[in-house]
Design a protein around this ligand. Structure first.
Ligand code: SF4
Length: 391
């Protein structure tokens, strides 16, 4: 029997995808091993959210090849690097891969469908993917290129998976997607009747309208999905990542307030505290709107704690812009921040049109200011929670 080893880089979505990849290879007669030296093939699930993440992938492959040649050990690449290369119409990414890592095979993650169930190690908490991809095109973000358009899994398929997990004894679920709170837009827009959606229990609901890219409004089913999951009394904890401030509806807040098993730790990426930078990022809220949203949530759910993602050193971020971010962080009282230094990503609007004008040293300084302000002060708060980041 051939043996495979899987290495996962990046976010929880990749972790969940890797759990499906395990089923995919096992169904083809492969056996998973925990030591890479024992494996006939190494599957690498890649991340390229930042330059450093992408370089880590190439470094890992370099080290593998120092030990074993392509004849001795096959390397299969999947995940974001493969997705970005496939969607890069200029062909630059493909050429880069051929040059830097010539003897690897590519496995587009789309080939590993949801018919391959996740092989989970954790027996209490499960990550359940509800959608994949993103339509938002924040100017810094590679996800719309690496994962493509947002595609929602059918409502009933998700509920079947959740119900099966509950039967297996799972008590904690996190609903996962790049943009969970626009979940179902495509399902509704592709249906015959956009005004009404039938839930798996036969109940008909009117989709909730949310803002989309500041221009139009789109229907979402996320509040109904969250409620259907939270209603399951065996579930002690239900959470979701990542949500976008501009898709955060009043209906969603009401569902969160109604069910005590919905996690009181909300991850709500702000990315910057300066309206000027938020706009340059192509994100559809202002600093004031973000603050107003968090105040509204706190009013309805006083015990809520909020974590966030922030990018420092985005092109054009002045010291004043950064100070606005620090000020916003103090005002909101974030309990955790996933701060990251900006690095241009291929094909994004920021990489094509904006100048990466801050030194790495200054980006690092700003990173540490936020990290010291939020994460050091709140050390221990995160214990027991499923911390994840948007990007
Ligand atoms: S940062 Fe989030 S919302 Fe923006 S494009 Fe990336 S995945 Fe989509």
């Amino acid at each position: 029997m051939k043996k495979f080893f899987i290495k996962t880089f990046g976010c929880q979505q990749n972790v969940a995808d890797s759990e499906r990849i395990v089923s995919y290879y096992e169904s083809r007669g492969y056996e998973q091993v925990n030591e890479k030296d024992e494996a006939d093939i190494i599957v690498i699930n890649t991340c390229m959210i930042r330059d450093m993440a992408e370089e880590r992938v190439y470094g890992y492959i370099r080290n593998l090849r120092k030990k074993k040649s392509a004849d001795e050990q096959e390397i299969i690449l999947t995940g974001c690097v493969v997705g970005a290369a496939a969607r890069d119409t200029s062909g630059v990414m493909k050429k880069k891969l051929e040059k830097r890592i010539p003897d690897v095979q590519l496995l587009p993650i789309e080939e590993v469908g949801f018919e391959y169930s996740q092989k989970r190690k954790n027996k209490q908490h499960a990550w359940v993917v509800i959608s994949n991809g993103c339509n938002n095109f924040c100017t810094f973000c590679i996800v719309p290129f690496s994962r493509g358009k947002e595609i929602s899994r059918p409502f009933a398929e998700i509920m079947d998976e959740v119900n099966n997990l509950v039967e297996e004894g799972y008590t904690s679920i996190t609903l996962l997607g790049q943009n969970v709170n626009s979940y179902g837009s495509d399902l509704v827009l592709n249906s015959e009747n956009e005004e009404s959606f039938e839930l798996p229990d036969g109940k008909k609901v009117s989709p909730v309208m949310v803002q989309h890219l500041g221009r139009e409004r789109i229907p979402t089913l996320f509040p109904f999905l969250l409620e259907s999951v939270a209603k399951i009394k065996e579930l002690e904890s239900v959470s979701f990542v990542s949500s976008n401030p501009w898709d955060f509806s009043d209906e969603l807040i009401d569902v969160m307030a109604k069910y005590e098993n919905i996690d009181r730790l909300l991850h709500l990426p702000v990315q910057s505290g300066s309206s000027k930078i938020i706009k340059a990022m192509n994100r559809w809220y202002t600093r004031e709107e973000y603050i107003a949203l968090t105040e509204k949530i706190k009013k309805v759910i006083p015990e809520i704690k909020i974590s966030t993602d922030i990018i420092v050193g985005f092109p054009g971020e002045t010291e004043e812009d950064f100070e606005e971010t620090v000020d916003l962080a103090k005002k909101i009282g974030f309990v955790k921040v996933f701060a990251a230094c900006y690095s241009p990503r291929p094909n994004t609007v920021a990489s094509k049109n904006l100048v990466d004008d801050l030194s790495w040293q200054e980006k690092k300084r700003r990173y540490h200011v936020l990290n010291d302000l939020i994460n050091k002060r709140n050390m221990g708060v995160s214990k027991g929670s499923n911390w994840v980041r948007e990007r």
